[in-house]
Write a protein that binds this ligand. Structure first.
Ligand code: ZN
Length: 381
């Protein structure tokens, strides 16, 4: 189990009153570090700042330990020296991870979207339109108040935070893909699952988990990727990005009817992707028993049939019984149990490869231990 983050994700400060705030992630990271989990922070400033206090990272020899700081480019994450998955029967994952930085960019010379230090751009534009990426960058650099909707306030830190969220997710993806029995958590914000191909929505700008899925397909040779989204809200963006495709399975449990309005039971994909979308809408007030039935009898069998090469989780913790945005009744033990089930499923079908990517969860007091409880279940505890 490794945790990937980037301290620049903390730099996006929405106006007072917005529940998607830096304290969410800061609390999670403090809790996971205190619990002894290896947290890899891709922010070079953090690596430099940590130097005097951490002998392992002094003198430029930080690479060895699991807690060592990784450089900022996803292609240089610990995966680079890892062996290919010896026990993966169906997928030949690339031993040497192709760098997203090497992909050609369509941006004209001098374009702000084409700096040499934007290695995650190609992975982003694999799903989001370049015009949308440019529109976001311009709005952020102009100091606009919002992008597309009032749910997406901008701030001086939003652009580096959104980039860092993608970069940390990609680094986690590369690490998980480079072996078997690898479980990782991308502790990032802004979240992603509401982001559409060309529209920001619901605190989300770029769809981190979807970008990870496409990265696994394009760069790691994964034939099938499954995403299970247990955030209390339906992941409209993720569903729409993949609903016509048979290679990326999207399953969601969510409160319904509820924001964002999508996720009815009859939304099951389209065209070649028909059957590769599973929506399990649940009424407000659903607790551990109702979720156990939904996950145990609907989601897990569908994921087992699909047999992904890697299991991705849109890990939102706003189905928590005291979440200020959600209306569900899930307990801490519930999140642990889901982790156990998903670990077991990944062991059966995905070579034990699981990447959980943080989505929602807004009860600042409880969120850190809910995340820890889920990761404990994923880790086999
Ligand atoms: Zn949510």
């Amino acid at each position: 189990m490794r945790v990937f983050t980037d301290s620049r994700c903390l730099g996006h400060q929405a106006p007072p009153g917005y529940p998607e705030r830096p304290q969410r992630l800061a609390g999670i990271l403090a809790h996971l570090r205190a619990a002894g989990l290896p947290v890899i922070d891709l922010d070079p400033a953090q690596a430099a700042a940590a130097g005097p206090d951490e002998p392992a990272s002094a003198g430029g020899s930080a690479g060895g330990s699991p807690a060592g700081r990784a450089p900022s480019a996803p292609s240089a994450a610990p995966v680079a020296s890892a062996p290919t998955a010896p026990s993966a029967p169906s997928v030949a994952f690339a031993a040497s991870v192709a760098s997203v930085a090497s992909a050609p960019s369509a941006a004209p010379p001098g374009d702000p979207l084409d700096p040499p230090d934007f290695p995650e751009l190609a992975a982003i534009t694999a799903l989001h339109s370049a015009a949308y990426v440019r529109r976001f960058e311009r709005a952020a650099s102009r100091g606009d108040a919002i992008l597309d909707s009032a749910d997406n306030p901008l701030s001086p830190g939003v652009w580096p935070a959104a980039r860092a969220a993608v970069a940390a997710t990609l680094a986690a993806t590369d690490w998980v893909a480079a072996g078997s029995d690898r479980i990782a958590f991308a502790a990032v914000r802004p979240p992603g699952h509401h982001a559409e191909a060309a529209t920001a929505m619901g605190f989300c700008f770029w769809n981190n988990v979807a970008i990870a899925a496409e990265h696994l397909r394009r760069r790691h040779g994964a034939a099938r990727v499954a995403i299970f989204d247990f955030d209390v809200h339906h992941g409209n963006g993720t569903q729409h990005l993949f609903e016509a495709r048979p290679d990326v399975f999207y399953a969601s449990t969510h409160q319904y009817p509820f924001y964002p309005g999508t996720g009815a039971a009859d939304e099951a994909g389209s065209g070649a992707g028909l059957g590769a979308t599973l929506n399990v809408p649940l009424p407000a007030g659903t607790g551990d028993d109702g979720y156990a039935e939904a996950i145990g009898e609907r989601v897990l069998p569908a994921l087992r049939r699909f047999a992904p090469d890697v299991l991705l989780l849109s890990a939102g913790f706003d189905a928590w019984r005291a979440d200020p945005l959600g209306g569900m009744a899930v307990t801490e033990a519930g999140f642990t149990q889901w982790g156990r089930w998903l670990r077991q499923l990944a062991a059966e079908t995905a070579g034990g490869r699981v990447l959980a990517v943080l989505e929602g969860g807004y009860d600042l007091e409880s969120l850190p231990r809910l995340v820890a409880a889920h990761l404990q279940g994923l880790a086999g505890g």
